[in-house]
Design a protein around this ligand. Sequence first.
Ligand code: HXC
Length: 266
Amino acid sequence: MEPQSPFKPGTLAHRVALVTGGGSGIGLEIARQLGLHGAKVVISGRREAVLRDACQTLGAEGVAAHWGDVRRYEDCERMAAEAVARFGRLDTLVNCAAGNFLSPAEQLSSNGFRTVLEIDALGTFNASRAAFEALRASGDACIINISMTLHYGATWWQAHASAAKAAVDALTRSLGLEWGHYGIRTAGVAPGPIEGTAGMAKLAPSGGAGSATAAASMSGAIPLGHMGRRWDIAMACVFLCSPAAAFITGHTLVVDGAEWMCKPPL
Ligand code: HXC
């Protein structure tokens, strides 16, 4: 059963958030929790049917969905403009749209590498840049970039995603540096293994979350003894969007049960 949120329901009252990639997985849970904590939420994504289903799942009045591909700057401009048109302002942008697959570098095509770079890194820049004027007008805004930990060392068959998320982390720092005086904080959240996500299904295809054995062996390698939940990532986002994080910018918060830095005992 999902734990109760430790935050008050009105923690994000009067805020308007745009969540790219908010139609499914971690993005959908982030959108749901921002909404449960009082924010009006706009989700965006590339699959209209997924967005429709997500709106039904979210089922609240303060929710809207807009089709768009973060690789296209004009789509990002439209998403930001529509969020402002619908709810009157934009205070929070969560860059969650991402693409990934496993591929040995020597088999990865140039277009495959570019595609992931464009969705993750260019998409994060596009959405942030397109939302800049609206976020600046808010006067108390934040951008949350969803990253990962697989590029802290090096991960097999993840050259493309590692390069992309390293760029995302660099953007988190750069925008934290440059946009702070506009009243825009920028933070990252780096999830570890999160159960039941597309990422896990793709990156652990021998079973991932679907195989009890694979899940148990993965959980055993995590110091906290279990995989993360989408809820854990969403709670980190609620915190980072809230006034409790008012002095945090340019930083990426790792939410992984210490998985990335853990080595087996000697
Ligand atoms: C090798 C592949 C491939 C694969 C696609 N490509 N899938 N190469 N192995 N499995 C190559 C294609 O051959 C093509 O290159 C190029 O990538 C573009 O593929 P398209 O299918 O045309 O692109 P598109 O339709 O835009 O799809 C993008 C995608 C897709 C990334 C490939 O999977 C996607 O959009 N997924 C979104 C959802 C998702 O992946 N979520 C998980 C994120 S998890 P050529 O040369 O043939 O033209 C995550 C963090 C995980 O990000 C961290 C967990 C710990």
